[in-house]
Ligand binder design. Structure first.
Ligand SMILES: [Fe+2]
Ligand SMILES: [Fe+2]
Length: 413
């Protein structure tokens, strides 16, 4: 029996079936759980959530005379909230990168918690919570629609421990940004996002010592890791509700290459779907730009350049071109040298040309010193500054580079 009750009436031992209100305001990443920790109850009471659905078959019932809405009415309530969700505008109005970055910090945190939970459950052999995955995808899609640069730039900043979870979030955001560039419809866009989020779920079936091994894998270990697409496909087929067919396809085929040298099936060009081709590009970009226990991530601009070199045979050229268009030739966070000899970091793209982003200039090579940071839009008319080339961040003493472009303090992400 499901009952809708007020948060004041929630007691330890109750099974929370659903929290009413926006997922972003939920204090938990789980959508349904047994409330057995008094701390969770306190967290719930201190949140903005006012009502919850409890499942009395799985936990304690409501005692006392307070009124509760019964199951039959829940249907009507769910229907009403679905209609409200469809009519209430999702927050998709365009905003600046700086503004979206602030919101993206929360989205990253909540998505990381959700993915930690989804991977943890899968590792224990439990079904994937598709509703939770869908909520994550919706938040990410809305963020990328408001601003295509903020979340994809922020998700690059992951640390070694949360790589698998944040990689899923990053590939989701990159898939949505790329899908928008390719002109996909909303439904396909959400499917592309879901595919990005779930593409590596098969890693939950990999032995931890292989998955988390610092350094190069042996041939044997690599053979084990190569099973993650088919293991993932199996896990997704057993999800609690059917996932989009695109999600299953991308999960199984994101390591296929155009020339047939990929795995698990060695498919070639026309045999690989558009979505799996998108998955391949987004997956590689995030993997090479991320910090790993055995190597620091590459600069975003340098990664785009390297990928262009490998593109032949690996990626679909049209998909790769759209990817570069969605991120820029110098994506946000790229270190660049100006023709004037000054050094800056890309903070945003401009509407005009891919070669003229917005740069925060902060270092003078002629004096060898930091200079007061100045933001310059290279696409502005009559501008004299131009990018002379990329710079390798490893060759420079700029430990605060990520704070410089994001405007966020250390540890905010
Ligand atoms: Fe993978
Ligand atoms: Fe991946």
């Amino acid at each position: 029996m499901l009952k809708k009750i007020k948060v004041e009436d929630v007691a330890p031992g109750m099974y929370i079936q659903e929290l009413c209100g926006s997922w972003m305001e939920h204090p938990f990443w789980r959508t349904r759980f047994l409330l057995d920790d008094p701390k969770d109850l306190e967290t719930l009471r201190n949140s903005s959530i006012r009502e919850v659905w409890i499942n009395t078959a799985k936990g304690r019932d409501l005692e006392g005379a307070r009124e509760a809405v019964m199951e039959a009415e829940r249907e009507a309530d769910v229907q009403a909230s679905l209609e409200a969700a469809a009519t209430v505008e999702r927050h998709q109005e365009p905003v600046s990168t700086a503004e979206e970055l602030e919101r993206a910090v929360t989205i990253c945190r909540k998505s990381r918690q959700a993915m930690t939970s989804i991977f943890g459950e899968a590792r224990m052999g439990r079904a994937v919570d598709t509703e939770l995955a869908r909520k994550v995808v919706e938040e990410i899609t809305d963020s990328v629609t408001r601003n295509s640069r903020a979340l994809v730039s922020l998700t690059r900043l992951k640390n070694a421990d949360d790589y698998t979870y944040m990689h899923s979030v990053a590939v989701c955001a990159l898939m949505v940004a790329l899908g928008r560039e390719l002109g996909l419809e909303e439904v396909e866009l959400m499917a592309a996002g879901e595919a990005g989020l779930m593409h590596d779920i098969g890693k939950a079936a990999m032995p931890l010592e292989v998955l988390n091994k610092p350094g190069k894998l042996t041939d044997e270990e690599f053979a084990v890791m190569k099973r993650h697409p088919s293991e993932g496909h199996r896990i997704l087929q057993a999800a609690d509700e059917a996932l989009h067919p695109i999600t299953l396809d991308v999960c199984l085929h994101h390591h296929e290459k155009m020339d047939g040298s990929g795995y698990p099936e060695g498919l070639t060009d026309e045999q690989i779907s558009l979505f799996a081709k998108m998955g391949a590009v987004c997956d590689v970009y995030d993997a090479i730009t991320s910090n790993r226990p055995y190597k620091a991530g590459w600069d975003p601009g340098e990664s785009i350049r390297k990928m262009a070199e490998w593109a032949d045979g690996h990626f679909d050229p049209k998909v790769f071109q759209a990817f570069v268009k969605s991120l820029g030739i110098y994506p946000v966070g790229s270190l660049v040298r100006m023709a004037s000899g000054r050094i800056g970091v890309v903070v945003d793209q401009s509407d005009g040309t891919l070669l003229k982003p917005v740069v925060k200039i902060f270092y003078s090579t002629s004096s060898g010193c930091r200079i007061p940071p100045k933001i310059v839009d290279l696409s502005a008319p009559h501008h004299q500054e131009a990018i002379a080339g990329r710079e390798d961040p490893a060759a420079w003493p700029f430990p605060d580079l990520d704070e410089l472009w994001s405007g966020l303090p250390v540890g905010a992400w």
